[in-house]
Ligand binder design. Structure first.
Ligand code: NAP
Length: 496
Protein backbone atom coordinates (compact mmCIF):
# COMPACT_ATOMS: atom_id res chain seq x y z
CA UNK A 1 0.00 0.00 0.00
CA UNK A 2 1.11 3.58 -0.37
CA UNK A 3 3.11 4.30 2.76
CA UNK A 4 2.57 8.02 2.78
CA UNK A 5 -0.82 9.56 2.24
CA UNK A 6 0.45 13.10 2.26
CA UNK A 7 2.20 14.88 -0.50
CA UNK A 8 1.81 12.89 -3.66
CA UNK A 9 -1.18 13.11 -5.97
CA UNK A 10 -1.93 9.40 -5.55
CA UNK A 11 -1.89 9.74 -1.76
CA UNK A 12 -4.38 12.63 -1.85
CA UNK A 13 -6.54 10.51 -4.12
CA UNK A 14 -6.33 7.63 -1.62
CA UNK A 15 -7.56 9.89 1.19
CA UNK A 16 -10.38 11.23 -0.92
CA UNK A 17 -11.37 7.73 -2.01
CA UNK A 18 -11.43 6.40 1.55
CA UNK A 19 -13.68 9.24 2.70
CA UNK A 20 -15.84 9.27 -0.44
CA UNK A 21 -16.71 5.57 -0.11
CA UNK A 22 -18.50 6.07 3.23
CA UNK A 23 -22.23 6.91 3.41
CA UNK A 24 -22.48 10.24 5.29
CA UNK A 25 -26.07 9.65 6.32
CA UNK A 26 -28.10 8.06 9.09
CA UNK A 27 -29.16 4.45 8.66
CA UNK A 28 -32.77 4.05 9.80
CA UNK A 29 -35.04 1.15 8.89
CA UNK A 30 -32.76 0.03 6.06
CA UNK A 31 -32.63 3.48 4.45
CA UNK A 32 -29.73 5.87 4.36
CA UNK A 33 -31.25 9.24 5.08
CA UNK A 34 -30.33 12.82 5.82
CA UNK A 35 -30.96 14.12 9.33
CA UNK A 36 -34.21 15.98 9.91
CA UNK A 37 -33.74 19.61 8.96
CA UNK A 38 -30.64 18.68 6.91
CA UNK A 39 -28.39 19.06 9.96
CA UNK A 40 -24.75 18.10 9.53
CA UNK A 41 -21.62 17.92 11.64
CA UNK A 42 -17.99 18.11 10.52
CA UNK A 43 -15.44 15.30 10.96
CA UNK A 44 -11.86 16.48 11.47
CA UNK A 45 -8.41 15.04 10.96
CA UNK A 46 -6.79 15.43 14.43
CA UNK A 47 -3.34 15.57 12.79
CA UNK A 48 -4.18 18.82 11.01
CA UNK A 49 -7.49 20.11 12.34
CA UNK A 50 -8.73 20.03 8.73
CA UNK A 51 -12.37 19.08 8.10
CA UNK A 52 -12.49 15.77 6.23
CA UNK A 53 -16.19 15.77 5.42
CA UNK A 54 -19.62 16.45 6.85
CA UNK A 55 -22.10 13.80 7.99
CA UNK A 56 -25.77 13.86 8.95
CA UNK A 57 -26.30 15.08 12.53
CA UNK A 58 -29.40 13.52 14.04
CA UNK A 59 -31.75 15.53 16.27
CA UNK A 60 -33.75 13.60 18.91
CA UNK A 61 -36.60 12.80 16.51
CA UNK A 62 -34.28 10.76 14.30
CA UNK A 63 -33.16 8.79 17.33
CA UNK A 64 -36.78 7.90 18.11
CA UNK A 65 -37.31 6.87 14.48
CA UNK A 66 -34.26 4.60 14.70
CA UNK A 67 -35.55 2.92 17.85
CA UNK A 68 -38.99 2.50 16.26
CA UNK A 69 -37.35 0.77 13.28
CA UNK A 70 -35.36 -1.51 15.60
CA UNK A 71 -38.46 -2.36 17.64
CA UNK A 72 -40.47 -3.13 14.51
CA UNK A 73 -37.80 -5.44 13.09
CA UNK A 74 -37.19 -7.35 16.36
CA UNK A 75 -39.80 -10.12 16.24
CA UNK A 76 -39.06 -11.17 12.67
CA UNK A 77 -35.29 -10.98 13.18
CA UNK A 78 -35.48 -13.18 16.28
CA UNK A 79 -37.12 -15.86 14.10
CA UNK A 80 -34.23 -15.96 11.64
CA UNK A 81 -32.24 -19.18 11.67
CA UNK A 82 -29.03 -18.76 13.70
CA UNK A 83 -27.04 -20.13 10.77
CA UNK A 84 -28.33 -17.37 8.49
CA UNK A 85 -27.47 -14.71 11.06
CA UNK A 86 -24.00 -16.19 11.35
CA UNK A 87 -23.59 -16.18 7.57
CA UNK A 88 -24.23 -12.44 7.44
CA UNK A 89 -21.48 -11.89 9.99
CA UNK A 90 -19.18 -14.20 8.06
CA UNK A 91 -19.76 -12.27 4.80
CA UNK A 92 -19.19 -8.98 6.62
CA UNK A 93 -15.96 -10.39 8.09
CA UNK A 94 -14.74 -11.29 4.63
CA UNK A 95 -15.49 -7.85 3.23
CA UNK A 96 -13.82 -6.07 6.15
CA UNK A 97 -10.71 -8.20 5.64
CA UNK A 98 -10.76 -7.54 1.90
CA UNK A 99 -11.07 -3.78 2.49
CA UNK A 100 -8.65 -3.70 5.41
CA UNK A 101 -6.33 -1.06 4.02
CA UNK A 102 -9.10 1.31 2.97
CA UNK A 103 -10.83 1.01 6.37
CA UNK A 104 -7.53 1.50 8.19
CA UNK A 105 -6.83 4.67 6.23
CA UNK A 106 -10.26 5.98 7.12
CA UNK A 107 -9.68 5.24 10.78
CA UNK A 108 -6.32 6.99 10.83
CA UNK A 109 -7.84 10.00 9.13
CA UNK A 110 -10.65 10.50 11.62
CA UNK A 111 -8.95 9.25 14.79
CA UNK A 112 -5.25 9.88 14.29
CA UNK A 113 -3.62 6.56 15.23
CA UNK A 114 -0.68 5.32 13.12
CA UNK A 115 -1.68 3.36 10.05
CA UNK A 116 -0.04 0.16 11.34
CA UNK A 117 -2.26 0.34 14.43
CA UNK A 118 -5.36 1.04 12.35
CA UNK A 119 -4.58 -2.06 10.30
CA UNK A 120 -4.36 -3.97 13.58
CA UNK A 121 -7.68 -2.58 14.76
CA UNK A 122 -9.44 -3.47 11.50
CA UNK A 123 -8.22 -7.06 11.89
CA UNK A 124 -9.29 -7.08 15.55
CA UNK A 125 -12.75 -5.79 14.58
CA UNK A 126 -13.04 -8.34 11.78
CA UNK A 127 -12.14 -11.09 14.24
CA UNK A 128 -15.15 -10.17 16.38
CA UNK A 129 -17.41 -10.59 13.35
CA UNK A 130 -15.83 -13.97 12.66
CA UNK A 131 -15.97 -15.07 16.29
CA UNK A 132 -19.65 -14.18 16.65
CA UNK A 133 -20.52 -15.71 13.27
CA UNK A 134 -19.40 -18.94 14.94
CA UNK A 135 -21.13 -18.19 18.23
CA UNK A 136 -24.51 -17.65 16.51
CA UNK A 137 -24.96 -21.39 16.03
CA UNK A 138 -23.82 -22.34 19.54
CA UNK A 139 -26.61 -20.74 21.57
CA UNK A 140 -27.43 -23.59 23.89
CA UNK A 141 -30.03 -24.64 26.41
CA UNK A 142 -30.52 -27.22 29.11
CA UNK A 143 -32.95 -29.98 29.95
CA UNK A 144 -32.94 -31.83 33.24
CA UNK A 145 -35.04 -33.77 35.64
CA UNK A 146 -35.76 -31.85 38.85
CA UNK A 147 -34.00 -33.35 41.89
CA UNK A 148 -37.28 -34.62 43.33
CA UNK A 149 -38.23 -36.19 40.00
CA UNK A 150 -41.50 -34.33 39.98
CA UNK A 151 -40.92 -32.08 36.97
CA UNK A 152 -38.68 -31.41 34.00
CA UNK A 153 -36.53 -28.27 33.85
CA UNK A 154 -36.16 -26.74 30.41
CA UNK A 155 -33.81 -23.75 30.07
CA UNK A 156 -33.60 -21.84 26.79
CA UNK A 157 -32.03 -18.62 25.57
CA UNK A 158 -33.68 -15.87 23.58
CA UNK A 159 -32.56 -12.44 22.33
CA UNK A 160 -32.98 -9.66 24.92
CA UNK A 161 -34.63 -7.43 22.32
CA UNK A 162 -33.74 -4.06 20.81
CA UNK A 163 -30.37 -2.80 22.04
CA UNK A 164 -28.83 0.65 22.36
CA UNK A 165 -25.11 0.52 21.61
CA UNK A 166 -22.89 3.53 22.34
CA UNK A 167 -19.23 3.52 21.31
CA UNK A 168 -16.19 5.79 21.92
CA UNK A 169 -13.77 7.46 19.50
CA UNK A 170 -10.58 5.69 20.55
CA UNK A 171 -11.30 2.33 18.84
CA UNK A 172 -13.98 3.46 16.40
CA UNK A 173 -14.38 0.15 14.56
CA UNK A 174 -13.51 -2.57 17.07
CA UNK A 175 -15.73 -1.25 19.88
CA UNK A 176 -18.66 -1.31 17.46
CA UNK A 177 -17.91 -4.77 16.06
CA UNK A 178 -17.57 -6.09 19.62
CA UNK A 179 -21.20 -5.09 20.32
CA UNK A 180 -22.84 -5.45 16.89
CA UNK A 181 -21.35 -8.93 16.35
CA UNK A 182 -22.95 -10.56 19.40
CA UNK A 183 -26.19 -8.59 18.99
CA UNK A 184 -26.60 -9.93 15.43
CA UNK A 185 -25.57 -13.44 16.49
CA UNK A 186 -28.10 -13.44 19.33
CA UNK A 187 -30.96 -12.11 17.18
CA UNK A 188 -31.22 -8.60 18.62
CA UNK A 189 -31.96 -5.46 16.65
CA UNK A 190 -30.11 -2.29 17.57
CA UNK A 191 -29.55 1.44 17.45
CA UNK A 192 -25.85 2.26 17.34
CA UNK A 193 -24.51 5.67 18.27
CA UNK A 194 -20.82 6.16 17.47
CA UNK A 195 -18.80 9.03 18.91
CA UNK A 196 -19.42 12.22 16.94
CA UNK A 197 -15.67 12.70 16.45
CA UNK A 198 -15.22 9.36 14.65
CA UNK A 199 -18.46 8.34 12.90
CA UNK A 200 -16.91 7.28 9.58
CA UNK A 201 -15.58 3.87 10.65
CA UNK A 202 -18.99 2.93 12.04
CA UNK A 203 -20.85 4.16 8.96
CA UNK A 204 -18.47 2.11 6.81
CA UNK A 205 -19.12 -0.99 8.94
CA UNK A 206 -22.88 -0.47 8.74
CA UNK A 207 -22.60 -0.26 4.96
CA UNK A 208 -20.65 -3.54 4.91
CA UNK A 209 -23.28 -5.26 7.09
CA UNK A 210 -26.15 -3.96 4.98
CA UNK A 211 -24.52 -5.33 1.85
CA UNK A 212 -23.84 -8.62 3.63
CA UNK A 213 -27.61 -9.07 3.80
CA UNK A 214 -28.73 -7.65 7.13
CA UNK A 215 -32.48 -7.04 6.91
CA UNK A 216 -33.86 -3.50 7.18
CA UNK A 217 -34.21 -2.20 10.71
CA UNK A 218 -31.85 -4.69 12.39
CA UNK A 219 -28.99 -2.20 12.50
CA UNK A 220 -29.76 1.50 12.76
CA UNK A 221 -26.99 4.07 13.04
CA UNK A 222 -27.50 7.51 14.48
CA UNK A 223 -24.67 10.03 14.43
CA UNK A 224 -25.34 13.10 16.51
CA UNK A 225 -23.69 16.11 18.10
CA UNK A 226 -26.29 15.89 20.88
CA UNK A 227 -25.57 12.50 22.45
CA UNK A 228 -27.43 13.13 25.67
CA UNK A 229 -30.54 14.67 24.11
CA UNK A 230 -30.78 11.88 21.51
CA UNK A 231 -30.01 8.87 23.70
CA UNK A 232 -31.77 9.68 26.97
CA UNK A 233 -35.29 9.42 25.49
CA UNK A 234 -34.35 6.08 23.93
CA UNK A 235 -32.95 4.76 27.20
CA UNK A 236 -36.16 5.77 28.96
CA UNK A 237 -38.46 4.67 26.12
CA UNK A 238 -39.33 1.12 27.18
CA UNK A 239 -38.98 -0.41 23.71
CA UNK A 240 -35.22 -0.82 24.12
CA UNK A 241 -34.30 -3.71 26.41
CA UNK A 242 -30.57 -3.33 26.68
CA UNK A 243 -27.87 -0.68 26.79
CA UNK A 244 -24.26 -1.50 26.04
CA UNK A 245 -21.93 1.42 26.59
CA UNK A 246 -18.20 1.83 26.09
CA UNK A 247 -16.83 5.13 27.27
CA UNK A 248 -15.90 7.08 30.35
CA UNK A 249 -16.91 6.11 33.86
CA UNK A 250 -18.41 9.56 34.31
CA UNK A 251 -20.87 9.15 31.41
CA UNK A 252 -21.41 5.47 32.28
CA UNK A 253 -22.69 6.47 35.72
CA UNK A 254 -25.19 8.89 34.19
CA UNK A 255 -26.43 6.31 31.68
CA UNK A 256 -26.74 3.56 34.30
CA UNK A 257 -28.93 5.95 36.28
CA UNK A 258 -31.14 6.64 33.26
CA UNK A 259 -31.35 2.92 32.47
CA UNK A 260 -32.57 2.08 35.96
CA UNK A 261 -36.03 3.45 35.09
CA UNK A 262 -36.76 0.71 32.53
CA UNK A 263 -34.40 -1.75 34.25
CA UNK A 264 -32.45 -2.26 31.03
CA UNK A 265 -29.88 -5.04 30.81
CA UNK A 266 -26.55 -3.23 31.03
CA UNK A 267 -23.03 -3.78 29.79
CA UNK A 268 -20.64 -1.07 30.92
CA UNK A 269 -17.12 -0.99 29.49
CA UNK A 270 -15.74 2.06 31.24
CA UNK A 271 -12.50 3.81 32.06
CA UNK A 272 -9.30 2.18 33.24
CA UNK A 273 -6.16 3.06 35.14
CA UNK A 274 -3.92 0.06 34.60
CA UNK A 275 -1.00 -0.58 36.96
CA UNK A 276 2.08 -2.15 35.36
CA UNK A 277 4.15 -3.97 37.99
CA UNK A 278 7.74 -5.00 37.39
CA UNK A 279 9.05 -7.27 40.13
CA UNK A 280 12.74 -7.52 40.99
CA UNK A 281 13.11 -10.90 39.25
CA UNK A 282 11.51 -9.77 35.98
CA UNK A 283 13.15 -9.97 32.57
CA UNK A 284 13.68 -6.22 32.32
CA UNK A 285 14.05 -6.15 28.53
CA UNK A 286 10.79 -8.03 28.11
CA UNK A 287 9.14 -5.70 30.63
CA UNK A 288 10.31 -2.64 28.70
CA UNK A 289 8.96 -4.08 25.47
CA UNK A 290 5.62 -4.84 27.12
CA UNK A 291 5.61 -1.40 28.72
CA UNK A 292 6.01 0.35 25.37
CA UNK A 293 3.12 -1.65 23.95
CA UNK A 294 0.86 -1.22 26.99
CA UNK A 295 1.60 2.50 27.21
CA UNK A 296 2.06 3.73 23.67
CA UNK A 297 -0.52 1.71 21.72
CA UNK A 298 -3.10 4.21 20.46
CA UNK A 299 -0.86 7.00 21.82
CA UNK A 300 -1.97 6.01 25.31
CA UNK A 301 -5.62 6.68 24.41
CA UNK A 302 -6.77 3.20 25.39
CA UNK A 303 -8.83 2.01 28.35
CA UNK A 304 -6.21 -0.74 28.72
CA UNK A 305 -3.27 1.70 28.63
CA UNK A 306 -0.71 1.24 31.41
CA UNK A 307 -1.33 4.36 33.50
CA UNK A 308 1.45 3.92 36.09
CA UNK A 309 4.57 1.79 36.36
CA UNK A 310 5.31 0.29 39.78
CA UNK A 311 8.89 -0.94 39.49
CA UNK A 312 11.05 -2.75 42.08
CA UNK A 313 13.70 -0.30 43.20
CA UNK A 314 16.46 -2.82 42.47
CA UNK A 315 15.67 -2.68 38.71
CA UNK A 316 14.07 0.74 38.47
CA UNK A 317 17.10 2.60 37.13
CA UNK A 318 17.66 0.00 34.40
CA UNK A 319 13.95 -0.12 33.52
CA UNK A 320 13.65 3.69 33.47
CA UNK A 321 16.73 4.10 31.30
CA UNK A 322 15.69 1.48 28.74
CA UNK A 323 12.08 2.64 28.63
CA UNK A 324 13.19 6.23 28.15
CA UNK A 325 15.53 5.28 25.31
CA UNK A 326 12.71 3.48 23.46
CA UNK A 327 10.07 6.13 24.06
CA UNK A 328 12.39 9.00 23.18
CA UNK A 329 13.14 7.30 19.84
CA UNK A 330 9.47 7.02 18.83
CA UNK A 331 8.51 9.06 15.81
CA UNK A 332 5.58 11.41 16.36
CA UNK A 333 3.49 12.70 13.45
CA UNK A 334 0.35 12.25 11.37
CA UNK A 335 -0.61 8.57 11.53
CA UNK A 336 -0.63 8.24 7.75
CA UNK A 337 3.05 9.21 7.37
CA UNK A 338 5.60 6.48 7.00
CA UNK A 339 7.36 5.35 10.16
CA UNK A 340 5.12 7.29 12.53
CA UNK A 341 4.62 5.44 15.82
CA UNK A 342 2.69 8.04 17.83
CA UNK A 343 -0.13 10.04 16.29
CA UNK A 344 -1.94 13.14 17.59
CA UNK A 345 -4.34 13.12 20.52
CA UNK A 346 -7.98 13.32 19.57
CA UNK A 347 -8.49 17.03 20.28
CA UNK A 348 -7.19 20.13 22.03
CA UNK A 349 -9.17 19.42 25.20
CA UNK A 350 -7.58 16.00 25.60
CA UNK A 351 -4.15 17.45 25.00
CA UNK A 352 -4.70 20.19 27.57
CA UNK A 353 -5.81 17.58 30.11
CA UNK A 354 -2.67 15.49 29.57
CA UNK A 355 -0.49 18.61 29.89
CA UNK A 356 -2.26 19.56 33.12
CA UNK A 357 -1.64 16.12 34.64
CA UNK A 358 2.05 16.21 33.69
CA UNK A 359 2.45 19.74 35.06
CA UNK A 360 0.82 18.68 38.31
CA UNK A 361 3.23 15.72 38.73
CA UNK A 362 6.28 17.80 37.83
CA UNK A 363 5.14 20.55 40.19
CA UNK A 364 5.06 17.96 42.97
CA UNK A 365 8.62 16.85 42.23
CA UNK A 366 8.45 14.24 39.45
CA UNK A 367 11.55 14.08 37.27
CA UNK A 368 11.09 14.34 33.48
CA UNK A 369 13.22 11.66 31.76
CA UNK A 370 11.95 12.57 28.29
CA UNK A 371 9.17 14.66 26.74
CA UNK A 372 7.05 16.59 29.19
CA UNK A 373 4.84 18.82 27.07
CA UNK A 374 2.67 19.50 24.05
CA UNK A 375 4.18 19.87 20.59
CA UNK A 376 3.20 22.96 18.64
CA UNK A 377 0.44 22.53 16.07
CA UNK A 378 -1.11 22.07 13.64
CA UNK A 379 -2.62 18.94 15.14
CA UNK A 380 -2.95 17.87 18.76
CA UNK A 381 0.45 16.33 19.41
CA UNK A 382 2.01 15.59 22.80
CA UNK A 383 5.62 14.51 23.24
CA UNK A 384 6.02 10.90 24.41
CA UNK A 385 6.94 11.32 28.06
CA UNK A 386 8.54 9.33 30.86
CA UNK A 387 8.43 10.64 34.44
CA UNK A 388 10.36 9.14 37.35
CA UNK A 389 10.13 9.69 41.11
CA UNK A 390 6.42 10.42 40.76
CA UNK A 391 5.05 11.33 44.19
CA UNK A 392 1.99 9.34 45.40
CA UNK A 393 -0.11 12.51 45.56
CA UNK A 394 0.24 13.22 41.79
CA UNK A 395 -3.16 13.32 40.10
CA UNK A 396 -2.04 11.25 37.13
CA UNK A 397 -1.74 8.20 39.36
CA UNK A 398 -5.44 8.28 40.17
CA UNK A 399 -6.86 9.73 36.94
CA UNK A 400 -6.91 8.14 33.51
CA UNK A 401 -4.13 9.95 31.58
CA UNK A 402 -5.23 8.98 28.04
CA UNK A 403 -1.99 10.20 26.52
CA UNK A 404 1.62 9.09 25.85
CA UNK A 405 2.86 9.62 29.40
CA UNK A 406 4.56 6.93 31.52
CA UNK A 407 4.89 7.72 35.24
CA UNK A 408 7.37 5.46 37.07
CA UNK A 409 7.36 4.84 40.86
CA UNK A 410 9.56 2.53 42.88
CA UNK A 411 8.75 -0.08 45.54
CA UNK A 412 10.77 -2.28 47.90
CA UNK A 413 8.16 -4.66 49.27
CA UNK A 414 6.12 -6.59 46.63
CA UNK A 415 3.02 -6.39 48.85
CA UNK A 416 3.36 -2.61 48.79
CA UNK A 417 3.20 -2.75 44.97
CA UNK A 418 -0.04 -4.75 45.05
CA UNK A 419 -1.66 -2.33 47.49
CA UNK A 420 -0.56 0.56 45.26
CA UNK A 421 -1.88 -1.25 42.15
CA UNK A 422 -5.33 -1.52 43.73
CA UNK A 423 -5.41 2.06 44.99
CA UNK A 424 -7.71 3.56 42.35
CA UNK A 425 -11.46 3.20 41.86
CA UNK A 426 -10.79 1.51 38.49
CA UNK A 427 -10.38 -2.22 37.88
CA UNK A 428 -10.07 -2.96 34.18
CA UNK A 429 -6.64 -4.48 33.64
CA UNK A 430 -3.25 -4.85 35.32
CA UNK A 431 0.10 -6.02 33.95
CA UNK A 432 2.78 -7.83 35.88
CA UNK A 433 6.25 -8.99 35.02
CA UNK A 434 8.01 -11.73 36.99
CA UNK A 435 9.82 -14.99 36.25
CA UNK A 436 8.37 -16.57 39.39
CA UNK A 437 5.16 -18.49 38.67
CA UNK A 438 4.13 -18.52 42.30
CA UNK A 439 4.53 -14.76 42.52
CA UNK A 440 2.55 -14.28 39.29
CA UNK A 441 -0.37 -16.41 40.50
CA UNK A 442 -0.28 -15.00 44.02
CA UNK A 443 -0.32 -11.45 42.66
CA UNK A 444 -3.09 -11.91 40.14
CA UNK A 445 -5.27 -13.42 42.86
CA UNK A 446 -4.92 -10.16 44.80
CA UNK A 447 -5.37 -7.74 41.91
CA UNK A 448 -8.79 -6.08 41.74
CA UNK A 449 -9.11 -6.09 37.95
CA UNK A 450 -11.17 -7.93 35.36
CA UNK A 451 -8.07 -8.77 33.30
CA UNK A 452 -4.36 -9.31 33.92
CA UNK A 453 -1.48 -9.40 31.46
CA UNK A 454 1.23 -11.73 32.79
CA UNK A 455 4.57 -11.02 31.11
CA UNK A 456 2.52 -9.48 28.28
CA UNK A 457 1.63 -5.89 27.47
CA UNK A 458 -1.54 -6.73 25.55
CA UNK A 459 -4.62 -8.66 26.73
CA UNK A 460 -7.27 -8.00 24.05
CA UNK A 461 -8.44 -11.09 22.21
CA UNK A 462 -11.86 -11.76 20.63
CA UNK A 463 -11.92 -15.23 22.19
CA UNK A 464 -11.49 -13.86 25.74
CA UNK A 465 -13.99 -12.12 28.05
CA UNK A 466 -12.98 -8.46 28.02
CA UNK A 467 -14.23 -6.29 30.87
CA UNK A 468 -13.64 -4.76 34.24
CA UNK A 469 -14.69 -4.57 37.87
CA UNK A 470 -15.22 -1.62 40.25
CA UNK A 471 -15.59 1.71 38.40
CA UNK A 472 -14.41 0.10 35.15
CA UNK A 473 -17.88 -1.38 34.79
CA UNK A 474 -19.50 -4.76 34.39
CA UNK A 475 -20.39 -7.21 31.68
CA UNK A 476 -17.99 -8.91 29.30
CA UNK A 477 -17.38 -8.53 25.57
CA UNK A 478 -15.91 -11.33 23.47
CA UNK A 479 -15.26 -14.91 24.49
CA UNK A 480 -18.04 -17.35 25.23
CA UNK A 481 -19.46 -14.78 27.64
CA UNK A 482 -19.89 -12.03 25.04
CA UNK A 483 -23.07 -13.36 23.48
CA UNK A 484 -24.69 -14.01 26.87
CA UNK A 485 -24.96 -10.25 27.34
CA UNK A 486 -27.49 -10.27 24.50
CA UNK A 487 -29.50 -13.30 25.62
CA UNK A 488 -32.17 -13.73 28.27
CA UNK A 489 -32.78 -17.07 29.92
CA UNK A 490 -36.21 -18.64 30.04
CA UNK A 491 -36.82 -21.57 32.33
CA UNK A 492 -39.91 -23.72 31.99
CA UNK A 493 -41.07 -26.14 34.67
CA UNK A 494 -42.71 -29.00 32.81
CA UNK A 495 -45.05 -31.38 34.57
CA UNK A 496 -44.04 -35.01 34.56
P1 NAP B 1 -17.26 9.42 26.60
O1 NAP B 1 -17.12 10.88 26.62
O2 NAP B 1 -17.85 8.76 27.79
O3 NAP B 1 -18.07 9.06 25.29
C1 NAP B 1 -18.32 7.74 24.91
C2 NAP B 1 -19.54 7.70 24.04
O4 NAP B 1 -20.66 8.17 24.78
C3 NAP B 1 -19.46 8.58 22.81
O5 NAP B 1 -20.20 8.00 21.78
C4 NAP B 1 -20.15 9.85 23.28
O6 NAP B 1 -20.64 10.60 22.20
C5 NAP B 1 -21.26 9.27 24.10
N1 NAP B 1 -21.84 10.14 25.11
C6 NAP B 1 -21.26 11.14 25.80
N2 NAP B 1 -22.15 11.68 26.65
C7 NAP B 1 -23.31 10.99 26.50
C8 NAP B 1 -24.60 11.08 27.09
N3 NAP B 1 -24.89 11.97 28.04
N4 NAP B 1 -25.56 10.24 26.67
C9 NAP B 1 -25.30 9.32 25.73
N5 NAP B 1 -24.10 9.19 25.12
C10 NAP B 1 -23.11 10.02 25.51
O7 NAP B 1 -15.87 8.69 26.42
P2 NAP B 1 -14.79 8.98 25.30
O8 NAP B 1 -14.00 10.14 25.76
O9 NAP B 1 -15.40 9.00 23.97
O10 NAP B 1 -13.95 7.63 25.37
C11 NAP B 1 -12.91 7.46 26.21
C12 NAP B 1 -13.35 6.66 27.43
O11 NAP B 1 -13.80 5.38 27.02
C13 NAP B 1 -12.19 6.41 28.36
O12 NAP B 1 -12.59 6.59 29.68
C14 NAP B 1 -11.85 4.95 28.09
O13 NAP B 1 -11.21 4.30 29.14
C15 NAP B 1 -13.19 4.38 27.81
N6 NAP B 1 -13.08 3.12 27.05
C16 NAP B 1 -13.36 1.95 27.70
C17 NAP B 1 -13.22 0.75 27.04
C18 NAP B 1 -13.53 -0.54 27.74
O14 NAP B 1 -13.74 -1.53 27.05
N7 NAP B 1 -13.59 -0.59 29.06
C19 NAP B 1 -12.81 0.72 25.71
C20 NAP B 1 -12.51 1.93 25.07
C21 NAP B 1 -12.66 3.12 25.77
P3 NAP B 1 -20.05 12.05 21.84
O15 NAP B 1 -18.59 11.97 22.10
O16 NAP B 1 -20.37 12.22 20.42
O17 NAP B 1 -20.77 12.97 22.75
Amino acid sequence: MSSSLRGSRSSVAAIEAAVAAVPKLLLIGGEWRAAAGGRELGVEDPATGRELCRVADAPPGDGVAALAAAAEAQAEWARWAPRRRGEILRRAYEEVVARREELARLMTLEMGKPLAESLGEVSYAADFLLWFSEEAVRIGGDYALAPDGGSRLLVSRRPVGPCLLITPWNFPLAMGARKIGPAIAAGCTMVVKPASQTPLSMLALADVLERAGLPAGVLNVVVTSESGAVMEPLIRDGRARKLSFTGSTEVGRVLAGQASEQLLRLSMELGGNAPFIVFADADVDAAVEGAVLAKMRNGGEACTAANRFHVANSVRAEFGEKLTAKIRAMRVGPGYEEGVEVGPLIDATQRAKVAELVDDAVGLGAEVLTGGGAIDGPGHFFAPTVLDEVPPSARLLDEEIFGPVAPVLGFDDPEEAIVAANRTEYGLVAYLYTRDLDRALGTLEKLQTGMVGVNRGLVSNPAAPFGGVKASGYGREGGGEGIEEYLDLQYAAIAR
